[in-house]
Design a protein around this ligand. Structure first.
Ligand SMILES: [Zn+2]
Length: 317
């Protein structure tokens, strides 16, 4: 049996045909359009291009947003056009296949549990560090969604009282200190506090401070730029502090670090582990979660959504 997984991100809609071992056999992608109807049409078109070439049993959509516990409705997706949208029903009618929705971080956590870095672990937390933080939680291999489908929204835990303002309306949220966006903000703060430092980043900022992206900070840190390395150390600190909170709440067996920023893990993960080890409650007297980087990369959401669609067909959901 083959299923299709679709990852619906802010910039592209990527679909893949996935087998029971989590292997992607074929893919299709289009840019993400802005309107709700155009988005539905784009999803139908990528799925149809794959169902034309393969016999598919069901489709899973990984969505960057709140999915209701019926796994059919998108309640809210900050970077997509859907608001209280009956997405599964609309797509299903057009392609004549069962469709299930899942939050992208939950889907990624499921994929890492079945096929990747968290294989077989009893309690898994996935922290996807990109523009912000996405989080997924698995208990005994099952996705934990909370009572209303919103859990776990870890990126907006307040970690710094009166800290940096967040787009969610609060301030001091974890993702304001531990994300690609945070790397950029920290580097810009450091440069402003120490004018005259002749570093690669300072020269970059002289043109336009906004051009300092998280990716550029990571690149400069790799080249030994002192400001970039300090920004990385700050990220490691807040990652470690945040992971200690996560461990206090969930006591996970494995924590998977995913997302674009995880590609720079050699620059911060060992430091973050050390801070986490010291900050967790009962440090030294409890077994600690293993912290690993994701194995499935960008494909995790797609593969997890396809696995969930398989479960639905098999009656495991
Ligand atoms: Zn927030």
């Amino acid at each position: 049996m083959l299923t299709v997984g679709v990852d619906i991100g802010g910039t592209s809609v990527r679909a893949g045909v996935v087998d029971k071992r989590g292997t992607i056999l074929d893919t299709a992608r289009v840019g993400t359009p802005s309107g709700a109807d155009a988005l539905n049409d784009a999803i139908v078109s990528v799925i149809s291009s794959l169902t034309a070439r393969h016999t598919i049993s069901a489709v899973g959509l990984a969505v960057a947003g709140f999915v209701a516990t019926d796994l059919k409705t998108v309640m809210f997706a900050p970077h997509l056009a859907w608001r209280r949208a009956a997405v599964a029903e609309r797509i299903s009618r057009k392609i004549d296949l069962p469709v299930v929705l899942e939050h992208d971080a939950n889907a990624a956590a499921l994929a890492e549990f079945r096929y990747g870095a968290a294989r077989g672990a009893k309690v898994v937390t996935l922290i996807a560090i990109g523009t912000g933080i996405g989080a997924g939680l698995l208990l005994d291999g099952k996705i934990f969604r909370g009572a209303y489908g919103v859990a776990p929204e870890l990126g907006h835990l307040r970690i710094v009282p009166n800290g940096r303002p967040c787009s969610c309306g609060k301030s001091g949220c974890w993702e304001r200190y531990c994300s690609g966006t945070a790397l950029s903000a920290t580097a810009i703060e450091l440069l402003a506090g120490h004018p005259g430092q002749s570093t690669v980043l300072a020269r970059e900022a002289a043109g336009d401070a906004r051009s300092i992206t998280g990716r550029k900070v990571a690149g400069a840190a790799r080249d030994g730029d002192p400001v970039a390395l300090r920004a990385m150390a700050e990220l490691a600190r807040w990652l470690g502090e945040g992971l200690a909170l996560v461990a206090d709440i969930y006591d996970p067996e494995v924590i998977v670090i995913a997302g674009g920023v995880s590609e720079s893990a050699p620059l911060f993960l060992d430091d973050a582990r050390e801070i986490y080890r010291d900050a967790v409650t009962g440090a030294g007297y409890r077994p600690l979660a293993r912290i690993r980087t994701a194995q499935l990369g960008d494909d995790a959401g797609l593969v997890g959504a396809a696995a969930l669609a398989r479960d639905v067909v098999n009656g495991h959901h």
